[in-house]
Design a protein around this ligand. Structure first.
Ligand SMILES: Nc1ncnc2c1ncn2[C@@H]1O[C@H](COP(=O)(O)OP(=O)(O)O)[C@@H](O)[C@H]1O
Ligand SMILES: [Mg+2]
Length: 263
């Protein structure tokens, strides 16, 4: 029997991090992780890929809100043992990708025991077999629960803005991840940049710190410009690529998706 069907089934070996599981992390909150995870999922879907977006922000789950969804099931139902991840998955209607919502009827998921979180992470890797890409929207910060979920991911996109605090926190996240998992593929996304040029400068500041102190050089996945349409589309609970497909931020994420698929 597949462990997806039976959450309690014994596991011989812990599956490795999913090669097609992509975590969106940040360090600091409010840098646009959730918005970016949604928009990248949408862009990949528009390129014909089968995508699952998992809301892994255990404290402030809000993919459902940004997309205007009313999930009947969520991660809370999985953690409480009522259903499997597979069963909690549903299509985000207008976008064409699937979602596992994080909102829990019974309050925050911030206190899930590590052993249960481990099972969720392992099941997510297994779910990846049914999809071309699994995107994992992580909570802010570097605490254990965030890192534990991030372990499901073979690639981690670290999102930062140009604010010094966001940069410092992105660096802290990269540092702790690189020490724990030297093999992991870390890349940087500069979001809400005033211009592509400025975004690239922000990246090079972060890169210098990584090279100087950690002896690693995480590549730039892309720069996404600050764009008033982002807020507008979130307010309307409509994806940016549906509402304003020609906006600057939309084009930046589309280009980033192309580069990601190109390798
Ligand atoms: N490229 C952008 N341009 C303008 N505003 C943005 C951009 N990306 C994100 N935002 C704003 O940042 C806010 C926080 O985004 P969110 O995805 O909730 O962040 P996080 O998940 O990192 O906490 C959004 O409500 C949106 O208004
Ligand atoms: Mg978020």
């Amino acid at each position: 029997m597949n462990t997806l069907d039976n959450p309690m089934a014994p596991r011989a070996v812990s599956p490795e991090a999913g090669r097609n599981v992509l975590a969106i992390a940040s360090g600091k909150g409010g840098v646009g992780k959730t918005w970016f995870a949604i928009t990248l999922s949408h862009a990949l879907t528009r390129r014909g890929r089968k995508v699952l977006l998992f809301d892994g922000d255990l404290g402030l789950a809000n993919i459902d809100i940004q997309l205007g969804l009313m999930p009947r099931y969520d991660l809370g139902s999985v953690v409480s043992g009522k259903m499997t991840l597979n069963q909690a998955t549903f299509p985000a209607e207008s976008t064409g990708f699937d979602v596992i919502a994080g909102r829990s009827g019974s309050g925050s998921l911030a206190n899930i025991p590590p052993s249960r979180l481990q099972l969720v992470a392992e099941d997510l890797v297994l779910m990846g077999r049914e999809y071309d890409h699994v995107l994992l929207d992580l909570g802010a910060g570097v605490e254990k629960a965030v890192r534990q979920l991030a372990r499901a991911a073979g690639t981690i996109l670290v999102v930062t803005s140009d604010e010094p605090t966001a940069l410092t926190d992105a660096y802290a996240f990269i540092k702790i991840t690189a020490i724990e998992r030297p093999e992991v593929d870390i890349r940087v996304v500069v979001n809400a940049a005033n211009s592509t040029r400025e975004g690239e400068r922000t990246y090079s500041t972060l890169l210098k710190a990584c090279q100087g102190f950690l002896r690693i050089a995480p590549p730039l996945a892309g720069v996404v410009r600050r764009d008033t349409r982002v807020r507008e589309s979130i307010r309307n609970q409509t994806p940016l690529l549906t509402r304003y497909p020609n906006s600057e931020a939309a084009m930046d994420v589309e280009a980033l998706a192309d580069r990601l698929l190109a390798g």
